[in-house]
Design a protein around this ligand. Structure first.
Ligand SMILES: Nc1ncnc2c1ncn2[C@@H]1O[C@H](COP(=O)(O)OP(=O)(O)OP(=O)(O)O)[C@@H](O)[C@H]1O
Ligand SMILES: O=C(O)c1ccc[n+]([C@@H]2O[C@H](COP(=O)([O-])O)[C@@H](O)[C@H]2O)c1
Length: 195
């Protein structure tokens, strides 16, 4: 992958909660991009289990754990709609070239996002292959048809998801640094399910 010095990877997540998959993805991105920006957001298509403020707190703990000079949490980018996130990103870094990072499970959804065509004219879509979620040529063609440019990231993230943790909260599914806050506030019922 050829990247310019002004490349920025943008990675939004509902972080409900952040998982080992989010940790692996953020760490891999720091090996490739000169700058990696993350934030926690609400997703218009999902019901979140805990408030955005708490999810942001959890993501902040994860970013601190990774503690990489290229990685930063910029919560002001948070919006349920990517088009609004991008407007803020262009204000903050007017000279940057952006890659909007998604897992391969989201490839089929991007063409349905609000103002998808406008989003795809502003940023490249960088796809992280998610174990169990292959992408088809049809999905790629749908994005390209709307003018999108696609980068397939050169790594695969092991199977892991927030919903799996929410269904059955287990410490082994999340970064261990999140556990104290989850127990303290009994988020996701982890304190009732001490494994
Ligand atoms: N294990 C993973 N591998 C690759 N991409 C991932 C992984 N987990 C999350 N992502 C990507 O990170 C972004 C944010 O995902 P999100 O925070 O919704 O996690 P999730 O595990 O998919 O959540 P949920 O299970 O609640 O749907 C999405 O682009 C998603 O595709
Ligand atoms: O813009 C949209 O219409 C849109 C709809 C659903 C999701 N997104 C974005 O997709 C990213 C991942 O969302 P999620 O909930 O899978 O973590 C996050 O940055 C969201 O803001 C964007």
């Amino acid at each position: 992958m050829k990247l310019k010095n002004n490349s920025i990877a943008l990675f939004g997540t509902s972080a409900d909660p952040p998982t080992l998959g989010h940790e692996a993805l953020l760490s891999e991105l720091t090996k490739i991009f000169p700058k990696v920006i993350t934030w926690a957001s609400d997703n218009p298509d999902k019901n979140h289990q805990i408030p955005l403020l708490k999810r942001t707190q959890l993501l902040r703990i994860l970013v601190k754990k990774i503690s990489h000079p290229k990685l930063e949490l910029v919560q002001e980018l948070s919006s349920p709609r990517t088009i609004h996130t991008l407007k803020k990103a262009f204000q903050l870094w007017p000279e940057a070239s952006f890659s909007f990072v998604i897992g391969s499970d989201l490839a089929m959804h991007v063409p349905k996002w609000l103002n998808a065509k406008s989003i795809l004219s502003k940023v490249r879509i960088a796809i992280a292959m998610r174990d169990g979620w292959p992408i088809s040529d049809v999905q790629l063609a749908e994005i390209k048809k709307l003018g999108g440019k696609i980068e397939i990231l050169p790594f695969t993230i092991p199977e892991s998801s927030s919903s799996k943790f929410r269904e059955r909260p287990q410490k082994v599914l999340i970064p261990k640094e999140l556990v104290p806050l989850l127990l303290e506030e009994n988020l996701y019922g982890l304190a009732d399910n001490r494994k």
